[in-house]
Design a protein. Structure first.
Length: 275
């Protein structure tokens, strides 16, 4: 038997959640498949809560946790968010993009979550709400490992915040899978670069599906910063990419294949961000 609630306000949702035992429902694209043949227990549907969806700009960019991938892909966002919008169009198929939410994707905490590398290079901050108030965590402090987050009992993800400083430059996202669409990533890369007078003045690069959580490539970023645009590809060294990764062997690829693929994907993402 399922006990179902669909609150209209955040206060109502948090009051119910404080009672414990609820499964939080956003788009349901992870919850329903993981439920097996039957979704049982207490289900708290957040899709009607005002303020949990939509995108607003007030210095920082605020993305409500219940904002769908389809809405993200269609939004008028700065070029720095291009990687996030490209990733939005590769999360499952159109039905998943119309239902799945950015907050649910983060709470699922899959190492292969397509939206995460793009959020990493945007220095995303996660807004968390409970009956005790609101707190914010950097994305790397929220994602602790495969299927592990810093979400506390009684808390929900209410928004993803992109700082104003991270809305500079241009970004790109590239993904490798066994086929072009409807596929879990073997490896993926997001890159955000700022260019001034023919030189790269800042670089943010993240690789997903090659570590327990998406990894920033600090050595590659350092090598690119200050480099002439014409020399960018020469600055992406395999040893620097590999240093940040901890891939595994699984049914989709070997660890060694992922390492090699990541290097090529980084070069493709950097080239696309500079184009």
């Amino acid at each position: 038997m399922t006990d179902y609630a669909r609150p209209q306000t955040l206060d109502q949702a948090l009051s119910l959640l404080a009672g414990g035992g609820w499964k939080v429902l956003g788009g349901g694209t992870d919850l329903y498949p993981n439920a097996g043949t039957r979704l049982a227990g207490r289900v708290l549907d957040l899709t009607a809560v005002a303020g949990l969806s939509g995108i607003t700009v007030d210095d920082d960019l605020r993305i409500g946790a219940a904002t769908t991938w389809a809405d993200l892909a269609a939004a008028d966002l700065p070029p720095a968010c291009r990687a996030l919008q490209q990733a939005s169009l590769l999360v499952g198929g159109r039905q998943v993009q119309n239902a799945g939410t950015i907050g649910g994707n983060l709470c699922n905490a899959s190492p292969a979550a397509d939206g995460v590398p793009a959020l990493v290079v945007l220095d995303a901050v996660i807004e968390l709400c409970s009956g005790q108030g609101m707190r914010r965590l950097d994305l790397d402090a929220f994602l602790l490992g495969p299927r592990q987050t810093a979400l506390q009992p009684g808390e929900i993800v209410s928004a993803v915040i992109i700082p104003k400083a991270s809305l500079r430059g241009r970004s790109a996202f590239v993904k490798l899978g066994a086929r072009a669409h409807l596929v879990i990533s073997i490896a993926m890369v997001a890159a955000r670069l700022e260019v001034d007078s023919g030189r790269i003045v800042s670089a943010a690069i993240a690789v997903g599906s090659c570590s327990p959580v998406a990894a920033r490539l600090a050595l590659v970023e350092a090598a690119l910063t200050g480099a002439p645009v014409a020399e960018a590809m020469d600055r992406v060294r395999a040893v620097d990419v590999h240093a940040a990764l901890a891939p595994i062997d699984d049914v989709r690829a070997t660890a060694d294949y992922r390492r090699q693929a990541a290097v090529e994907l980084v070069r493709h993402a950097v080239a696309a961000a500079l184009a």
